[in-house]
Design a protein. Structure first.
Length: 428
């Protein structure tokens, strides 16, 4: 047969092969009737029932009983104890006793409550208490769970992620209002003032046109911003002078771009700038007489009772009263530096007592020869009065060696990041 096929002309052999292939393809195709039938199985816009095996939908593991609890939330009111909150929740004092005797940690969490604290109670289908939650923050809660006939407590935390954010402002009225307008929280504003508080007197030396730029962290839990983190880098311009501060992750302190410590031996202002009533007065008139005159110290007008801070570490040289100074405190910081605080309402330190920078040493008043309440503050260097707002202050220990090199490299990166965020804000 093959020899007969071979003797056929070439064109005939090619045609036979072609027809053979076409027949094979036709035999492999599905029956057209079956195609028409398949097409008519499902029609657009028509509902069809589905055959579902319920066994295929069951989970390998049963869901946790804790996921099926019903919850009630109670806020602790003024003067309320756990017993009152339990009573409001319809729970017995016997149950509270059982809980508080389960362990010291559980007892502390249920008995050391403050107004505004929250307790959440989880009940099962039989209305039995299974779990208690006391939120400690947006990402942390103390949880008490029933295990058998007993209760166990533990601190539970959600994962925290971080992202950067940016804020800036130019001051037109005062620093606080500008910072609020920039979206900063009260804690961030005080943190920013604290970072630059050794270089700038935020009570008296803020002027119109001053500005700041900051890069800070935000805390995220489950994709939601729940809190503000630390300031990572900041730039503050005050009366034409620009100060830069960058966080050092290793020490937790702030340094300038060259590794010099922002912290100094003395605060520029010995009281909270928010309390000062004349913090935007370029003429610096005397808060009592209203006159502009030479003065051996700095006067701060603020409400009576405003806390007065020690400007630096030292020993109380004198804590006393006389008819001129009223209640006064002198602090010796070294053989070189002395600070004086006059006209206090009350003194809170004694002669010979050692004090720390920022410690409250008294409260503002109007004692002695004055016509109105204010703090008179003096800063002496080797017995000579100096302007506390401009005198060069000794620094804390700055970075050196490898630590300095590492910090400066990181500082450059963070300042560039701050600038990129500024450009993004300007673009948007």
């Amino acid at each position: 047969m093959l020899s007969l096929f071979a003797r056929l002309p070439r064109i005939h052999r090619a045609l036979i092969i072609l027809f053979t292939v076409l027949i094979a393809i036709a035999l492999a195709l599905p029956d057209p009737a079956s195609l028409r039938q398949e097409k008519s199985v499902y029609e657009v816009g028509k509902a069809y029932s589905l055959n579902i095996n319920p066994a295929n939908l069951s989970a390998d593991k049963p869901s946790s009983p804790l996921a099926q609890l019903s919850w009630q939330k109670f806020t602790v009111g003024a003067g309320e104890s756990a017993a009152i909150v339990f009573q409001r929740a319809g729970l017995s004092s016997r149950l509270l006793y059982q809980l508080t005797t389960s362990g010291k940690e559980i007892k502390d969490q249920l008995t050391k409550l403050r107004p505004g604290d929250i307790l959440e109670f989880g009940f099962d289908a039989e209305n039995q208490l299974v779990q208690i939650k006391r939120p400690m923050s947006s990402y942390q809660a103390y949880v008490i769970t029933k295990v058998g006939d007993d209760y166990q407590g533990e601190m539970q935390s959600k994962d925290i992620d971080y992202q950067y954010n940016y804020a800036e402002a130019s001051i037109t009225s005062n620093f606080w209002n500008a910072a609020i307008s920039a979206g900063l929280t009260a804690n961030q504003i005080m943190e920013l003032a604290g970072i630059f508080g050794w270089d700038i007197d935020f009570a008296l030396d803020i002027r119109e046109g001053d500005s700041f730029k900051i890069l800070y962290q935000e805390k995220l839990v489950e994709g939601e911003v729940v809190d503000r983190g630390q300031i990572i880098a900041a730039i503050f311009t005050n009366q034409g002078d620009t100060f830069k501060a960058i966080l050092d992750d290793k020490t937790g302190n702030y340094y300038d771009e060259n590794g010099r410590a922002m912290k100094k031996a003395f605060l520029r202002s010995p009281l909270d700038f928010r309390r000062v009533t004349s913090n935007f007065n370029p003429t610096r008139r005397h808060p009592v007489t209203g006159k502009v005159r030479a003065h051996r110290g700095t006067d701060y007008a603020a409400p009576v009772g405003t806390p007065i801070w020690a400007a630096g570490d030292g020993i109380v040289q004198k804590s006393s009263y006389n008819q001129f100074n009223g209640n006064y405190v002198f602090i010796k910081h070294s053989n070189t530096y002395i600070t004086k605080y006059l006209h206090l309402q009350r003194r809170m330190v004694k002669t010979g007592q050692r004090v720390k920078q920022g410690q409250t040493i008294g409260t503002l008043g109007g004692t002695g020869r004055v016509t109105g309440p204010h703090l008179h503050y003096e800063f002496l260097v080797n017995g000579v009065h100096k302007n506390a707002r401009t005198v060069k202050l000794p620094q804390s220990k700055s970075l050196t060696g490898k630590a300095k090199q590492t910090f400066m490299a990181n500082a450059e990166i963070r300042l560039k990041k701050l600038e990129r965020y500024r450009e993004l804000l300007a673009y948007n």
